[in-house]
Design a protein around this ligand. Structure first.
Ligand code: SF4
Length: 192
């Protein structure tokens, strides 16, 4: 029976049971970005951003090599990861990608929920504003009707005021006439 150790060199159809190239980076003081703590360098931060390095051609090639078992020398000699089959590693990575996707989906679902709540609030506000606008429209129609009634009544009121003015003039003339008669009477009695 062959004893399995981390140092065993992977054979045909085998690879390292390693998911570091998908989940890990190691940044050195000189800017080198490694895919793991074993010094497999995939770029340098003096040349590219971290996002560009982890999504760059070297990182993608390393993932392909680990997935297919066409390992670079560093991974072939790696003493920290056991040997596994490419099928098993493929399943591990698939699960990892699924989990990552699931988290993204959850995040999207949460965002959708939040946006739906905001939309519901906006719809409620819109209904409330529409109801308020309808009330204002009704009040405005009533005010217009009232103004129209007042406008209709204005000529009558003007006539009424003119009649009152005329009556006042007649009464004033009558009062003057009576005051004159009174003065005459007073003069007549004074002479007697
Ligand atoms: S050297 Fe080892 S730990 Fe680093 S990527 Fe290769 S297999 Fe993984």
């Amino acid at each position: 029976m062959t004893k399995k150790t981390f140092c065993r060199i992977p054979g045909p159809g085998e690879t390292r049971a390693c998911i570091d190239p998908w989940i890990f980076v190691y940044v050195r003081a000189n800017g080198d970005v490694d895919a793991c703590c074993r010094g497999v360098t995939i770029g340098n931060l003096r040349d590219k951003s971290l996002e560009e390095v982890v999504n760059g051609a070297e990182a993608i090639e390393l993932r392909r090599q680990v997935l297919t078992g066409e390992l670079p020398p560093g991974c072939v000699q790696c003493a920290t990861r056991p040997v596994t089959t490419v099928e098993k590693l493929g399943a591990m990575v698939e699960h990892l990608v699924y989990e990552a996707g699931f988290e993204e989906q959850e995040d999207l679902r949460r965002q959708i929920r939040e946006h739906r709540e905001v939309r519901s609030d906006l719809l409620r506000e819109r209904e409330s504003l529409a109801s308020h606008a309808a009330t204002l429209e009704k009040l405005l129609a009533e005010a217009r009707e009232h103004a129209a009634n007042l406008e209709r009544e204005r000529p009558h009121l003007t006539d009424h005021i003119a009649n009152l003015e005329r009556e006042r003039a007649v009464l004033a003339a009558e009062a003057a006439r009576r005051r004159g008669l009174l003065e005459l009477l007073r003069g007549w009695f004074a002479q007697r």
